[in-house]
Design a protein around this ligand. Structure first.
Ligand SMILES: Nc1nc2c(ncn2[C@@H]2O[C@H](COP(=O)(O)OP(=O)(O)O)[C@@H](O)[C@H]2O)c(=O)[nH]1
Ligand SMILES: [Mg+2]
Ligand SMILES: [Zn+2]
Length: 214
């Protein structure tokens, strides 16, 4: 495992250096299946695709369904089917980067395989990791899967529209996250209803500006 992670880390640093040179900010989106990663990408493309040059790497065990959901935004999309693999690694990212015209890209999203465990261990060369949690999953997930939350720059708490139908405790969720990672940003959204997505877009835009400023 250590050898695998060391090899992954070396390739990740290569990817990070290349993207830095090309001024492409890469966001590695990690969540359990169904938390709303693709829906959030749909809202993000709607808000930004006319002013920001976006590309997407869709990681899935099987099918190109998520890639097809994003086709309507006319952005470059590459689909990686892992065929059973439960995470993406930096070698798979490095292999597909050649399919993008990196000189014509500002923002590259990676939708990782839905899984809270090993995607947080495999550095892809991203600028930062974004964790997405939905209210239907229970508020205990940060405490139970701490690695993702210690390593992420921001957490989206999605499906806030469902809170009245669950026992999700927002204050307990937030305090568990902050005790793992005091500097983290937490943004609450309903990706289907649209509430809070403006805050996400504002935060993302500010990250892109500071990335470009170096
Ligand atoms: N009620 C509600 N449903 C949502 C929200 N975001 C996504 N969904 C639904 O949750 C399901 C999974 O969403 P998807 O974006 O495919 O999740 P992914 O597996 O993380 O990419 C879909 O049926 C979405 O329509 C939300 O904010 N509120
Ligand atoms: Mg998806
Ligand atoms: Zn895995």
């Amino acid at each position: 495992m250590k050898d695998i992670l060391d090899r992954n880390q070396n390739k990740a640093e290569e990817v990070r250096t290349l993207l830095r040179e090309k001024k492409v900010m890469m966001v590695n989106i990690i969540s359990s299946p169904g938390a709303g990663k693709t829906t959030l990408l749909e809202r993000t493309c709607e808000a930004l695709a006319d002013k920001t040059r976006i590309g997407v790497i869709e990681g899935d065990v099987a099918t190109d369904r998520d890639a097809r959901r994003l086709q309507k935004y006319n952005i470059p999309i590459v689909c990686i089917n892992t065929g059973g693999g439960c995470h993406l690694d930096s070698h798979s990212i490095s292999k597909v980067l050649g399919h993008f015209a990196l000189d014509n890209l500002d923002l590259l999203f990676v939708e990782n395989v839905g899984n809270l465990i090993c995607p947080s261990q495999f550095d892809l060369g991203e600028t930062f990791k974004l964790a997405v949690v939905s209210t239907a999953e229970g508020d205990d997930k940060p405490a139970k899967y701490p690695m993702l939350f210690t390593g992420a720059r921001a957490v989206i708490l999605n499906k806030t529209d469902l809170i009245p139908y669950t026992n999700f405790n927002v204050a307990a969720f937030e305090s568990d996250i902050v005790s793992l990672n005091p500097g983290i940003t937490i943004i609450k959204t309903s990706a289907t209803g649209g509430e809070g997505t403006d805050r996400w877009i504002g935060w993302l835009t500010s990250q892109l500006e500071s990335f470009r400023a170096g």
